[in-house]
Ligand binder design. Structure first.
Ligand SMILES: [Zn+2]
Length: 512
């Protein structure tokens, strides 16, 4: 069996999804879960992009020891320096360096000739090799690059010190057969190819990212890149959970495996979905709510007689368990802490007392506390520790079938000043959001609003996700509360706080 390395870029390419902006704590939480999932490499971000990116990559590199941590850099010396400062204390500092190679990118974006692109690539790989033990080099838009030029530049960067060569299908254009042929061509035409690992990085614009990744494996790739739930630029990246399970179920055919801990898949998927606010479609392979549901009578009958009649993947394989009642108001601190450990939520010892009191307060009002409830309240508490420009003090909403809905809101601003406004709308949420907008200096339009119950029952917690255009910037936020209106107000403020924080640590535009 060959072993295929898993390179996770949920925190870099995945975070580039429209409307997704993860904060420091959320990135760290995802990185810890990726380590439990046993991915080989975590791409933690793009250190030169912003102060915020730099800080989170540095912290992840320092903390994560079970996976190699990498960061992206353009072929620019200052990017490489920033990446080195962020990654140098990691277990195995690894740089992900890229330059565009296709004629479209060379002419319109870089405005460089082939010779200039090769010269820049070689010079920057050599510069980085003096610092980093491992350099992964990517030919951006490799799949639309002339094959002979691709082979030429790959040979040059291997000679300059690259250890991993990534062939990304940046725009999601290639078909499985063609993608395999590129790897075969490189193995036949690049003299030093046996010295490096070959990596596949596929996007899902034509729905072929997993098929392409598997074709690359068949043609000699020993590393596959992707994200959890397939989030990422445009239509997203290859979904790593789908790739790993496909390889596992069809190892008879591919004769390859990963070291991913498949039982952590379900938990990882749900954490990423919660923190990014990107819902997993019910019919999505491996992690969708319906992925293991048998509906037709004939299928149900078959599965009852013998599971394998219609079930090729067992829910247990990906760690899906029945979410049974775990804790209630009589549960003690000890049981609370144990349960947090069991479901993989990392909480520092000095925060346990405070979180336990939050839990108790909620357990008084809500009979049963499930694992999902626990995860939701812990993540919400972590969120409330982030920098907040506006904090919700109180809301009051009046609604009646024959009345004009009216909301009154009190916020505290960043100088602790009180802001109070009231407004109306044609519904409760509109009244509430009109009022919140009056409290701000910018105008905001609501791009998306979703409400979800955490688990079942009339007393379930409400989780609200919003996407806003706030002063011309797209942002998203989430809010949790027992009441839907309070959760809605929190989600709105969370989105606003994130965009204000982002403005403070201005981002530069990046592809890759
Ligand atoms: Zn990409």
């Amino acid at each position: 069996m060959r072993r295929i390395k898993i390179f996770d870029t949920t925190l870099r390419d995945g975070e580039q999804s429209a409307g997704v902006n993860l904060n420091f704590t959320e990135k760290l939480e995802i990185a810890r879960q990726l380590e439990r999932l046993n991915v080989d490499i975590i791409e933690a971000g793009f250190p030169a992009a912003s102060k915020g990116d730099f800080a989170s990559v540095a912290e992840i590199a320092r903390e994560i020891k079970g996976s190699s941590v990498t960061g992206l850099a353009r072929s620019v010396l200052t990017d490489i320096d920033a990446a080195w400062e962020a990654l140098r204390y990691g277990a195995e500092p690894r740089l992900h360096l890229f330059i565009a190679t296709s004629p479209i990118h060379r002419v319109h974006k870089l405005k460089q000739t082939k010779e200039e692109v090769v010269e820049t690539a070689v010079r920057t790989v050599k510069y980085a090799a003096a610092k980093f033990p491992v350099i992964q080099w990517s030919a951006e838009d490799a799949c639309r690059t002339e094959l002979d030029f691709l082979a030429e530049i790959v040979e040059e960067v291997i000679q300059a010190g690259a250890k991993v060569i990534n062939i990304p299908d940046t725009v999601g254009y290639i078909s499985p057969q063609e993608y395999g042929q590129i790897f075969t061509y490189l193995r036949e035409h690049v003299p030093s190819i046996s010295k490096v690992e070959l990596s596949a990085h596929c996007h899902d614009d034509l729905g072929m990212s997993i098929a392409n990744s598997l074709a690359a494996v068949s043609a000699g790739a020993s590393q596959v890149e992707g994200t959890i739930n397939g989030i990422g630029e445009r239509a997203g990246n290859a979904a790593l959970e789908e790739f790993a399970v496909a390889l596992h179920i069809r190892k008879d055919f591919y004769e390859a495996e990963t070291r991913m801990n498949l039982k952590e898949i379900s938990r990882t998927s749900s954490l990423v979905s919660k923190l990014t606010g990107m819902a997993v479609p019910a019919n999505k392979a491996v992690v969708g709510r319906n992925a293991f549901a048998h509906e037709s009578g004939i299928h149900q009958d078959g599965v009852l007689k013998e599971k394998t009649t219609y079930e090729i993947i067992s829910p247990e394989l990906v760690g899906l368990q029945n979410n049974s009642m775990v804790l209630g108001k009589h549960s003690g601190r000890h049981a609370f802490r144990n349960r947090l450990n069991e479901i993989g939520l990392s909480v520092p010892e000095h925060e346990i007392n405070h979180l336990f009191s939050v839990f108790k307060e909620l357990a008084d009002r809500k009979k049963e506390m499930t694992d999902d409830d626990l995860a939701a309240i812990i993540l919400e508490e972590k969120l409330s520790k982030e920098q907040q420009y506006y904090r919700l003090e109180s809301i009051q909403v009046q609604y009646g079938t024959n009345q004009v809905p009216t909301a009154t809101v009190t916020l505290s601003g960043c100088q602790n000043e009180k802001i109070q406004e009231a407004s109306t709308g044609s519904g409760s949420i509109e009244a509430l959001y009109n009022t919140l907008e009056k409290c701000m200096e910018e105008t905001a339009s609501l791009l998306d609003y979703r409400i979800q119950s955490v688990g079942a029952g009339r007393d379930a917690l409400a989780q609200v996700y919003v996407k806003l255009d706030f002063g011309g910037m797209e942002t998203s936020g989430r809010g949790l509360a027992q009441d839907v209106l309070e959760a809605s107000a929190k989600a709105y403020l969370n989105a606003v706080n994130r965009v204000l924080y982002m403005e403070e640590t201005k981002k530069v535009a990046v592809n890759g």
